[in-house]
Design a protein around this ligand. Sequence first.
Ligand code: OSB
Ligand code: MG
Length: 369
Amino acid sequence: MKIEAAELRLISLPLKFRFETSFGVQTERHIIVLTLYGEGLEGYAETVMEYTPHYREETIPGAWALLEGLLLPRVLGREFANPELLWGEISSYRGNKMTKAALEMAFWDLWCKGLGQPIWKVLGGVRQEIPVGISLGIEASIETTLEKVAKGLSDGYKRIKLKIKPGWDVKVALAVREAFPEANLTVDANSAYSLNDIATFRALDAAQLDYIEQPLAYDDLLDHAKLQSAIATSICLDESITSPEDARKALEIGAGRVINLKPARVGGILQSRKVHDIAQSYGLPVWMGGMLEAGIGRAANIHVATLPMFVKPGDTSSASRYWQEDIVEEALEARGGMMPVPQGPGLGVTLKRDFLKRITEKTAYLTSR
Ligand code: OSB
Ligand code: MG
Protein backbone atom coordinates (compact mmCIF):
# COMPACT_ATOMS: atom_id res chain seq x y z
CA MET A 1 0.00 0.00 0.00
CA LYS A 2 1.44 3.33 -1.09
CA ILE A 3 0.96 6.38 1.18
CA GLU A 4 0.30 9.15 -1.33
CA ALA A 5 -0.83 12.05 0.86
CA ALA A 6 -1.86 12.89 4.42
CA GLU A 7 -4.12 15.33 6.21
CA LEU A 8 -3.79 16.52 9.80
CA ARG A 9 -6.83 18.05 11.46
CA LEU A 10 -6.92 19.39 15.01
CA ILE A 11 -10.43 19.24 16.48
CA SER A 12 -11.90 20.13 19.82
CA LEU A 13 -14.79 18.03 21.08
CA PRO A 14 -16.79 18.96 24.21
CA LEU A 15 -17.29 16.15 26.76
CA LYS A 16 -20.80 15.57 28.14
CA PHE A 17 -19.40 15.31 31.67
CA ARG A 18 -16.71 16.97 33.72
CA PHE A 19 -14.00 14.31 34.16
CA GLU A 20 -11.76 14.81 37.19
CA THR A 21 -8.73 12.59 37.81
CA SER A 22 -5.77 12.94 40.16
CA PHE A 23 -3.93 14.82 37.37
CA GLY A 24 -6.61 17.35 36.45
CA VAL A 25 -10.08 18.15 35.13
CA GLN A 26 -11.23 17.63 31.55
CA THR A 27 -14.31 19.20 29.96
CA GLU A 28 -13.30 18.82 26.31
CA ARG A 29 -10.80 16.89 24.26
CA HIS A 30 -8.32 18.06 21.68
CA ILE A 31 -7.71 15.39 19.06
CA ILE A 32 -5.58 15.25 15.93
CA VAL A 33 -7.47 13.36 13.23
CA LEU A 34 -5.01 11.91 10.72
CA THR A 35 -6.06 10.76 7.25
CA LEU A 36 -3.70 8.81 5.00
CA TYR A 37 -4.54 8.62 1.28
CA GLY A 38 -3.46 5.74 -0.95
CA GLU A 39 -4.75 3.72 -3.90
CA GLY A 40 -8.04 5.63 -3.89
CA LEU A 41 -8.69 4.77 -0.21
CA GLU A 42 -8.52 6.70 3.09
CA GLY A 43 -7.14 5.46 6.41
CA TYR A 44 -8.04 7.24 9.64
CA ALA A 45 -6.52 7.66 13.08
CA GLU A 46 -7.02 9.86 16.11
CA THR A 47 -4.48 10.78 18.76
CA VAL A 48 -5.10 10.03 22.45
CA MET A 49 -2.57 12.16 24.35
CA GLU A 50 -3.76 14.98 26.59
CA TYR A 51 -3.12 18.50 25.29
CA THR A 52 -0.61 18.98 28.14
CA PRO A 53 1.85 16.34 29.43
CA HIS A 54 -0.21 15.24 32.45
CA TYR A 55 -0.71 11.56 31.65
CA ARG A 56 2.53 10.56 29.88
CA GLU A 57 5.02 13.00 28.35
CA GLU A 58 3.36 13.43 24.98
CA THR A 59 1.34 16.51 24.04
CA ILE A 60 -0.92 17.57 21.17
CA PRO A 61 1.42 20.38 20.01
CA GLY A 62 4.34 17.91 20.12
CA ALA A 63 2.43 15.25 18.18
CA TRP A 64 1.42 17.75 15.50
CA ALA A 65 5.01 18.91 15.04
CA LEU A 66 6.41 15.38 14.97
CA LEU A 67 3.84 14.11 12.46
CA GLU A 68 4.13 17.14 10.20
CA GLY A 69 7.87 17.64 10.43
CA LEU A 70 9.30 14.13 10.72
CA LEU A 71 7.06 11.07 10.63
CA LEU A 72 4.82 11.87 7.66
CA PRO A 73 7.65 13.20 5.43
CA ARG A 74 9.46 9.94 6.16
CA VAL A 75 6.63 7.72 4.85
CA LEU A 76 4.91 9.86 2.18
CA GLY A 77 5.34 8.62 -1.37
CA ARG A 78 6.50 5.23 -0.13
CA GLU A 79 4.99 1.81 -0.31
CA PHE A 80 4.67 -0.49 2.73
CA ALA A 81 3.49 -4.07 2.25
CA ASN A 82 2.20 -4.32 5.84
CA PRO A 83 2.09 -2.46 9.20
CA GLU A 84 5.21 -4.33 10.39
CA LEU A 85 7.29 -2.69 7.66
CA LEU A 86 5.80 0.74 8.42
CA TRP A 87 6.67 0.24 12.10
CA GLY A 88 10.21 -0.74 11.10
CA GLU A 89 10.52 2.62 9.38
CA ILE A 90 9.60 4.70 12.46
CA SER A 91 10.59 2.51 15.42
CA SER A 92 14.21 3.70 15.54
CA TYR A 93 12.90 7.05 16.80
CA ARG A 94 12.73 6.78 20.58
CA GLY A 95 9.60 7.28 22.67
CA ASN A 96 6.69 9.27 21.24
CA LYS A 97 4.61 6.09 21.23
CA MET A 98 1.22 7.77 20.99
CA THR A 99 2.28 9.87 18.02
CA LYS A 100 3.75 6.86 16.23
CA ALA A 101 0.60 4.91 17.10
CA ALA A 102 -1.54 7.45 15.26
CA LEU A 103 0.44 6.94 12.06
CA GLU A 104 0.33 3.18 12.51
CA MET A 105 -3.44 3.17 13.19
CA ALA A 106 -4.18 5.15 10.02
CA PHE A 107 -2.00 2.74 8.06
CA TRP A 108 -3.80 -0.31 9.49
CA ASP A 109 -7.13 1.23 8.43
CA LEU A 110 -5.83 2.01 4.93
CA TRP A 111 -4.10 -1.34 4.49
CA CYS A 112 -7.04 -3.42 5.73
CA LYS A 113 -9.39 -1.45 3.48
CA GLY A 114 -7.08 -2.47 0.63
CA LEU A 115 -7.45 -6.09 1.76
CA GLY A 116 -11.24 -5.67 2.13
CA GLN A 117 -11.01 -7.04 5.71
CA PRO A 118 -11.84 -5.66 9.17
CA ILE A 119 -8.78 -5.07 11.37
CA TRP A 120 -9.93 -7.54 14.05
CA LYS A 121 -9.87 -10.41 11.56
CA VAL A 122 -6.43 -9.61 10.15
CA LEU A 123 -5.11 -9.19 13.70
CA GLY A 124 -6.38 -12.61 14.82
CA GLY A 125 -9.25 -11.55 17.08
CA VAL A 126 -11.50 -14.21 18.55
CA ARG A 127 -14.67 -12.41 19.66
CA GLN A 128 -17.53 -10.46 18.14
CA GLU A 129 -18.27 -8.29 21.16
CA ILE A 130 -16.13 -7.14 24.04
CA PRO A 131 -17.04 -6.83 27.74
CA VAL A 132 -16.95 -3.22 28.97
CA GLY A 133 -17.23 -1.16 32.14
CA ILE A 134 -17.11 2.55 32.96
CA SER A 135 -14.55 4.88 34.49
CA LEU A 136 -16.04 7.42 36.92
CA GLY A 137 -14.23 10.66 37.76
CA ILE A 138 -13.71 12.23 41.15
CA GLU A 139 -17.07 13.75 42.18
CA ALA A 140 -18.20 16.50 44.50
CA SER A 141 -19.72 13.99 46.94
CA ILE A 142 -19.92 10.27 47.69
CA GLU A 143 -23.71 10.48 47.08
CA THR A 144 -23.09 11.59 43.48
CA THR A 145 -20.67 8.71 42.97
CA LEU A 146 -23.19 6.22 44.40
CA GLU A 147 -25.83 7.51 41.95
CA LYS A 148 -23.46 7.19 39.00
CA VAL A 149 -22.42 3.68 40.03
CA ALA A 150 -26.09 2.66 40.29
CA LYS A 151 -26.78 4.06 36.81
CA GLY A 152 -23.71 2.31 35.34
CA LEU A 153 -24.70 -1.04 36.82
CA SER A 154 -28.32 -0.70 35.70
CA ASP A 155 -27.04 0.08 32.17
CA GLY A 156 -25.38 -3.35 32.33
CA TYR A 157 -21.76 -2.25 32.61
CA LYS A 158 -19.64 -5.12 33.88
CA ARG A 159 -17.15 -3.18 35.99
CA ILE A 160 -17.08 0.18 37.72
CA LYS A 161 -13.75 1.99 38.05
CA LEU A 162 -13.46 4.91 40.45
CA LYS A 163 -10.79 7.55 40.02
CA ILE A 164 -9.01 8.18 43.32
CA LYS A 165 -6.53 10.68 44.76
CA PRO A 166 -5.29 11.36 48.30
CA GLY A 167 -8.36 12.45 50.28
CA TRP A 168 -10.78 10.69 47.87
CA ASP A 169 -9.91 7.01 48.18
CA VAL A 170 -10.68 4.59 51.03
CA LYS A 171 -13.90 6.26 52.11
CA VAL A 172 -15.48 6.38 48.66
CA ALA A 173 -14.31 2.85 47.78
CA LEU A 174 -15.75 1.38 50.99
CA ALA A 175 -19.03 3.32 50.57
CA VAL A 176 -19.48 1.97 47.02
CA ARG A 177 -18.58 -1.56 48.16
CA GLU A 178 -21.10 -1.38 50.99
CA ALA A 179 -23.87 -0.18 48.66
CA PHE A 180 -23.02 -2.70 45.90
CA PRO A 181 -21.66 -5.86 47.55
CA GLU A 182 -21.62 -7.90 44.33
CA ALA A 183 -20.24 -5.30 41.90
CA ASN A 184 -16.92 -5.67 40.09
CA LEU A 185 -15.13 -2.58 41.43
CA THR A 186 -11.68 -1.11 40.75
CA VAL A 187 -9.88 2.17 41.46
CA ASP A 188 -7.43 4.19 39.35
CA ALA A 189 -4.93 6.53 41.06
CA ASN A 190 -3.14 7.82 37.94
CA SER A 191 0.15 7.82 39.86
CA ALA A 192 -1.02 10.00 42.77
CA TYR A 193 0.69 8.00 45.57
CA SER A 194 4.07 6.83 46.82
CA LEU A 195 5.36 3.98 48.99
CA ASN A 196 4.65 6.22 52.01
CA ASP A 197 0.96 5.47 51.41
CA ILE A 198 1.06 1.70 52.03
CA ALA A 199 -1.45 2.10 54.88
CA THR A 200 -3.99 3.57 52.43
CA PHE A 201 -3.56 0.60 50.09
CA ARG A 202 -3.84 -1.91 52.96
CA ALA A 203 -7.09 -0.20 53.95
CA LEU A 204 -8.30 -0.51 50.34
CA ASP A 205 -7.91 -4.31 50.56
CA ALA A 206 -11.18 -4.25 52.56
CA ALA A 207 -13.04 -2.88 49.52
CA GLN A 208 -12.48 -6.20 47.68
CA LEU A 209 -11.40 -4.47 44.48
CA ASP A 210 -10.55 -6.47 41.39
CA TYR A 211 -7.40 -4.34 41.14
CA ILE A 212 -5.82 -0.97 41.93
CA GLU A 213 -4.73 0.80 38.74
CA GLN A 214 -1.41 2.69 38.56
CA PRO A 215 -1.02 3.70 42.21
CA LEU A 216 2.61 4.89 41.91
CA ALA A 217 4.77 6.99 39.56
CA TYR A 218 3.99 6.95 35.84
CA ASP A 219 7.48 5.67 34.97
CA ASP A 220 7.99 3.27 37.88
CA LEU A 221 8.09 -0.53 38.04
CA LEU A 222 10.23 -1.29 41.09
CA ASP A 223 8.12 0.45 43.73
CA HIS A 224 5.00 -1.13 42.25
CA ALA A 225 6.62 -4.54 42.86
CA LYS A 226 7.30 -3.56 46.47
CA LEU A 227 3.72 -2.36 46.94
CA GLN A 228 2.31 -5.48 45.26
CA SER A 229 4.09 -7.72 47.75
CA ALA A 230 2.71 -5.66 50.66
CA ILE A 231 -1.02 -5.78 49.79
CA ALA A 232 -3.61 -8.41 48.88
CA THR A 233 -5.34 -6.58 46.02
CA SER A 234 -3.80 -6.96 42.55
CA ILE A 235 -2.05 -4.01 40.99
CA CYS A 236 -2.92 -3.14 37.40
CA LEU A 237 -0.33 -1.15 35.44
CA ASP A 238 -1.41 1.58 33.03
CA GLU A 239 1.01 4.55 32.61
CA SER A 240 4.10 2.43 33.39
CA ILE A 241 3.74 0.11 30.40
CA THR A 242 4.86 1.73 27.14
CA SER A 243 6.33 -1.29 25.31
CA PRO A 244 6.41 -5.09 25.20
CA GLU A 245 9.77 -4.88 27.05
CA ASP A 246 8.17 -2.85 29.86
CA ALA A 247 5.49 -5.52 30.11
CA ARG A 248 8.01 -8.33 30.33
CA LYS A 249 10.04 -6.56 33.02
CA ALA A 250 6.95 -5.60 35.01
CA LEU A 251 5.54 -9.12 35.04
CA GLU A 252 8.97 -10.65 35.72
CA ILE A 253 9.48 -8.60 38.89
CA GLY A 254 5.85 -8.83 40.02
CA ALA A 255 5.04 -5.12 39.62
CA GLY A 256 1.44 -6.07 38.96
CA ARG A 257 -0.87 -8.90 37.94
CA VAL A 258 -2.96 -7.13 35.30
CA ILE A 259 -2.23 -4.72 32.44
CA ASN A 260 -4.45 -1.92 31.22
CA LEU A 261 -3.48 -2.13 27.56
CA LYS A 262 -3.99 1.12 25.67
CA PRO A 263 -2.78 0.57 22.11
CA ALA A 264 -1.54 4.14 21.64
CA ARG A 265 0.49 4.10 24.86
CA VAL A 266 2.58 1.15 23.62
CA GLY A 267 3.04 2.38 20.02
CA GLY A 268 -0.02 1.01 18.28
CA ILE A 269 -1.84 -2.12 17.23
CA LEU A 270 1.15 -4.37 16.48
CA GLN A 271 2.88 -3.49 19.74
CA SER A 272 -0.40 -4.16 21.55
CA ARG A 273 -0.46 -7.67 20.20
CA LYS A 274 3.09 -8.16 21.50
CA VAL A 275 2.18 -6.86 24.98
CA HIS A 276 -0.88 -9.11 24.86
CA ASP A 277 1.28 -12.12 23.96
CA ILE A 278 3.69 -11.40 26.83
CA ALA A 279 0.80 -11.23 29.31
CA GLN A 280 -0.44 -14.50 27.84
CA SER A 281 2.96 -16.14 28.39
CA TYR A 282 2.68 -15.20 32.09
CA GLY A 283 -0.94 -16.42 32.19
CA LEU A 284 -2.07 -12.93 33.18
CA PRO A 285 -5.06 -11.00 31.81
CA VAL A 286 -5.16 -7.64 30.06
CA TRP A 287 -8.06 -5.30 29.45
CA MET A 288 -8.70 -2.49 26.99
CA GLY A 289 -8.08 0.94 28.47
CA GLY A 290 -9.51 4.20 27.25
CA MET A 291 -8.45 7.82 26.84
CA LEU A 292 -11.93 9.28 26.26
CA GLU A 293 -11.62 8.42 22.56
CA ALA A 294 -13.91 9.66 19.82
CA GLY A 295 -15.22 7.24 17.21
CA ILE A 296 -12.01 6.48 15.32
CA GLY A 297 -9.91 5.63 18.38
CA ARG A 298 -12.83 3.89 20.08
CA ALA A 299 -13.28 1.62 17.05
CA ALA A 300 -9.54 0.85 16.98
CA ASN A 301 -9.63 -0.13 20.65
CA ILE A 302 -12.59 -2.43 20.05
CA HIS A 303 -10.76 -4.24 17.24
CA VAL A 304 -7.68 -4.84 19.41
CA ALA A 305 -9.81 -6.03 22.34
CA THR A 306 -10.95 -9.04 20.29
CA LEU A 307 -7.60 -10.74 21.08
CA PRO A 308 -7.96 -13.70 23.50
CA MET A 309 -6.39 -12.32 26.72
CA PHE A 310 -8.72 -9.27 26.86
CA VAL A 311 -10.85 -11.11 29.38
CA LYS A 312 -11.49 -8.36 31.93
CA PRO A 313 -14.06 -5.66 31.13
CA GLY A 314 -12.43 -2.66 29.45
CA ASP A 315 -13.06 1.10 29.46
CA THR A 316 -14.55 1.20 25.94
CA SER A 317 -18.06 2.20 26.99
CA SER A 318 -20.76 3.66 24.71
CA ALA A 319 -19.72 6.72 22.69
CA SER A 320 -23.01 8.40 23.67
CA ARG A 321 -21.79 8.59 27.30
CA TYR A 322 -19.04 10.98 26.18
CA TRP A 323 -20.37 12.97 23.20
CA GLN A 324 -23.47 14.80 22.12
CA GLU A 325 -22.30 14.04 18.61
CA ASP A 326 -19.46 11.69 17.60
CA ILE A 327 -17.08 12.19 14.65
CA VAL A 328 -18.12 8.93 12.97
CA GLU A 329 -21.45 7.86 11.46
CA GLU A 330 -21.50 4.46 13.20
CA ALA A 331 -22.98 4.36 16.72
CA LEU A 332 -20.46 2.60 18.96
CA GLU A 333 -22.92 1.57 21.68
CA ALA A 334 -22.67 -1.21 24.24
CA ARG A 335 -25.70 -3.27 25.24
CA GLY A 336 -25.76 -5.21 28.47
CA GLY A 337 -22.09 -4.33 28.97
CA MET A 338 -21.06 -5.82 25.62
CA MET A 339 -19.65 -3.66 22.83
CA PRO A 340 -20.13 -5.04 19.31
CA VAL A 341 -17.12 -5.10 16.97
CA PRO A 342 -17.40 -3.04 13.73
CA GLN A 343 -17.48 -5.35 10.72
CA GLY A 344 -16.65 -3.06 7.77
CA PRO A 345 -13.19 -3.08 6.17
CA GLY A 346 -10.37 -1.49 8.19
CA LEU A 347 -11.65 0.21 11.34
CA GLY A 348 -15.18 -0.02 9.93
CA VAL A 349 -16.03 3.63 10.58
CA THR A 350 -16.87 6.53 8.26
CA LEU A 351 -16.29 10.19 9.07
CA LYS A 352 -19.00 12.79 9.72
CA ARG A 353 -17.30 15.32 7.47
CA ASP A 354 -19.58 18.32 8.06
CA PHE A 355 -19.41 17.92 11.84
CA LEU A 356 -15.62 17.52 11.68
CA LYS A 357 -15.33 20.75 9.69
CA ARG A 358 -17.37 22.61 12.29
CA ILE A 359 -15.09 21.59 15.16
CA THR A 360 -11.77 21.95 13.31
CA GLU A 361 -9.20 24.40 14.68
CA LYS A 362 -6.48 23.89 12.07
CA THR A 363 -5.49 21.57 9.23
CA ALA A 364 -2.38 20.69 7.25
CA TYR A 365 -2.19 18.76 4.00
CA LEU A 366 1.01 16.96 3.01
CA THR A 367 1.99 15.22 -0.21
CA SER A 368 5.16 13.46 -1.33
CA ARG A 369 6.44 16.72 -2.90
O1 OSB B 1 -5.96 6.42 33.41
O2 OSB B 1 -7.29 5.18 32.37
C1 OSB B 1 -6.86 6.31 32.60
C2 OSB B 1 -8.93 8.91 30.72
C3 OSB B 1 -7.93 9.79 30.32
C4 OSB B 1 -6.63 9.55 30.70
C5 OSB B 1 -6.32 8.44 31.48
C6 OSB B 1 -7.31 7.54 31.84
C7 OSB B 1 -8.64 7.82 31.50
C8 OSB B 1 -9.77 6.99 31.92
C9 OSB B 1 -11.02 7.09 31.11
O3 OSB B 1 -9.79 6.33 32.93
C10 OSB B 1 -11.30 5.88 30.33
C11 OSB B 1 -12.37 6.15 29.31
O4 OSB B 1 -13.56 6.18 29.67
O5 OSB B 1 -12.04 6.33 28.11
MG1 MG C 1 -5.57 4.49 34.17
